[in-house]
Design a protein around this ligand. Structure first.
Ligand SMILES: [Cu+2]
Length: 328
């Protein structure tokens, strides 16, 4: 799916204090992945070392496996959830990504709206991307040489850019929050993964996913992962960054709360109303604020019914893109 975001190929290098993500900046990458970010007074250079690779994913039933593709941070900065590559920085930072392609096909790294039209990277080779952190907001990074095909196999991840005015807000002058969650949604069609793993070509026209994930997890794993279970306190404003890395549209439905859509692909909504369902199109990043008006435990799930099943079956309690909001 093409994003209708303007191309912005601004590259410049400004020497500042170097932060190797996860080493010097371990405070930024605590247990909670993209959830916790401490604003910095000074801009930094944030370095990520990623590899694109195949892996075998064990699904939530503990026995079903599926061959997939992923980006993995070789420095071990994991999260959110089961994802093994993510980017967080603040406006003014320089972001450096060293990427090695260990897949058996050429790839093109791509961040819609930020880093587009890059040369392809052949099997076994490495390259470096060096760019200014874009404006505050949520972004999807992905492989783009075969576009949807790679995303459908899992080759994408979330990028969060914080404003550099020292506030916990979605953008400078925008809504503030007490805490934030990044929820990346995607889907696998096991027939596609099996065909690709065995070298058979797959026609995306037949794409009909049967496994669904939030941050790489399915319910009930979503309800125990600290990045994916949304744990809140009464009176807080909680930011949720939905990023749809899959190929299906999801209508994310909240029980217990109404939420406000702040922006879609970093473009602020002009008409902010309370909603209990938020549509997230493929490739789209939708930032919302959830005011915690009551205590309790409520589900948040896609209204696309197959996506709250495991391979089409409601095998209680094993399900898909459903997670828990819990406020105390
Ligand atoms: Cu429901």
């Amino acid at each position: 799916m093409k994003n209708n975001i303007n191309k912005n190929s601004e590259f410049s290098v400004t020497r500042r204090n170097i932060l190797k993500a996860g080493v010097a900046s371990s405070a930024l990458f605590s247990l909670a992945g993209l959830t916790v970010f401490s604003p910095r007074a000074n801009a930094a250079t944030v370095i990520y070392n990623f590899v694109a690779e195949t892996y075998t994913k064990t699904l939530v039933d503990g026995s079903t496996t599926i061959d997939a593709w992923r980006f993995r941070d070789t420095d071990g900065n994991t999260g959110p959830g089961d994802l093994l590559a993510s980017i967080i920085a603040q406006e003014g930072d320089t972001i450096i990504i060293n990427l090695t392609n260990n897949l058996d096909t050429d790839i093109k790294f791509d961040i819609p709206g930020v880093l587009e039209g890059q040369p392809s990277l052949s099997t076994g080779s490495s390259t470096t991307f060096n760019f200014n952190a874009p404006s505050a907001g949520s972004y999807l990074f992905r492989e783009n040489i075969v576009e949807e095909y790679s995303q459908a196999l899992g080759l994408m991840g979330p990028m969060v850019i914080m404003p550099n005015n020292g506030t916990q807000s979605l953008y400078a002058g925008g809504p503030t929050f007490d805490q934030q969650y990044t929820l990346l949604i995607n889907d696998f069609d096991d027939r596609m993964n099996a065909d690709v793993a065995s070298g058979v070509s797959y026609n995306l026209d037949n794409f009909e996913p049967n496994y669904y994930f939030v941050n790489g997890l399915s319910y009930p794993d979503t309800s125990t992962d600290p990045d994916t279970k949304v744990s809140m306190l009464l009176g807080e404003d909680v930011a949720i960054r939905f990023i749809n890395g899959g190929l299906l549209t999801h209508s994310m439905h909240f029980h217990g709360y109404h939420v406000r859509v702040v922006s879609r692909n970093r473009i602020p909504e002009t008409d902010i109303i309370d909603k209990d369902t938020v549509v997230i199109n493929p490739g789209e990043c939708v930032d919302i604020i959830l005011p915690v008006v009551q205590v309790g435990k409520f589900p948040l799930h896609t209204h696309y019914i197959p996506a709250v099943t495991f391979n089409g079956a409601y095998v209680n309690p094993v399900g898909g893109a459903l997670l828990i909001l819990e406020a105390s």
